[in-house]
Design a protein around this ligand. Structure first.
Ligand code: Y39
Ligand code: FE
Ligand code: FE
Ligand code: FE
Length: 230
């Protein structure tokens, strides 16, 4: 991976840039929308954390509006059908887990996997974003660390009873993230974001979260390997 991955020149008004942006912007808007609804659902089953989860949900709604403004600023129309399709597997797995009362799986999907994905994407995007979007994204990424931290704290406090379900949920959902990264690779590159950088940032956040929750280095290595063949 080249160390200086920032393209010398990004033309935010070119048709190539705008076409890629119409999909990535939609992904981010849909992601924020689903994150809002996931936290509202989690608030319904985690009664002790109800208020905090409603606060997180409100942040996600604010993020969605911020990214909608980024798309309008560049005069693109987000391709929301594409984005719903992009998230369908994780969305379905969250809903199935929720219906079964599997709160640990729900937290792994939203608060660990999706938040770590968001943190990676936004960190890599900030240096190559247009000035308007950069400001918005800098504000958003700070919140995403709080969201990841919520999942970490809850799962750490419940580690012994959650461990087995976390391993199964990791095994089922990490390969999906890898497929999503592969799907978005070409559009991300047009925006100046390299897949290798996204993968690296994702694994750092996700691995650190697993460590903070209580997994050993050996566990984390084993769990991380599930993505690689996707
Ligand atoms: O918790 C959140 O706010 C997460 C919903 C947002 C998801 C962001 C997903 C970003 C993937 C973009 C891939 C672009 C390279
Ligand atoms: Fe968000
Ligand atoms: Fe749905
Ligand atoms: Fe979030």
């Amino acid at each position: 991976m080249p160390e200086l991955a920032v393209p010398l020149e990004l033309d935010f008004t070119s048709e190539t840039y705008k076409s890629a942006y119409s999909r990535i912007n939609a992904i981010v808007i849909e992601g924020e929308y689903e994150a809002n609804s996931n936290y509202i659902q989690l608030a319904d089953i985690l009664a002790d954390n109800k208020e905090e989860l409603h606060r997180l949900a409100k942040m996600e709604n604010r993020h969605m509006k911020g990214f909608q403004a980024c798309g309008q600023n560049l005069k693109i129309t987000p391709d929301m059908d594409y984005a719903r399709e992009f998230f369908a597997s994780l969305h379905d797995n969250f809903q199935i887990a929720y219906a079964e009362g599997k709160v640990v799986t729900c937290l792994l999907i939203q608060s660990l996997i999706i938040e770590a994905f968001a943190i990676a994407a936004y960190n890599i995007y900030i240096p190559v974003a247009d000035p308007f979007a950069r400001k918005i994204t800098e504000g958003v990424v700070k919140d995403e660390y709080l969201h990841l931290n919520f999942g970490e704290e809850w799962l750490k406090a419940n580690f012994e009873t959650a461990k087995e379900e976390l391993e199964a949920a990791n095994r089922a959902n990490l390969p999906i993230v890898w497929r999503m990264l592969n799907q978005v690779e070409d559009d991300a590159r047009v925006l100046g974001m390299e897949k290798e950088a996204l993968v690296e940032d994702f694994m750092i956040s996700y691995g650190e979260a697993l460590s903070n929750i209580g997994f050993s280095t050996r566990d984390i290595m084993r769990m991380s390997a599930y993505g690689l063949t996707a």
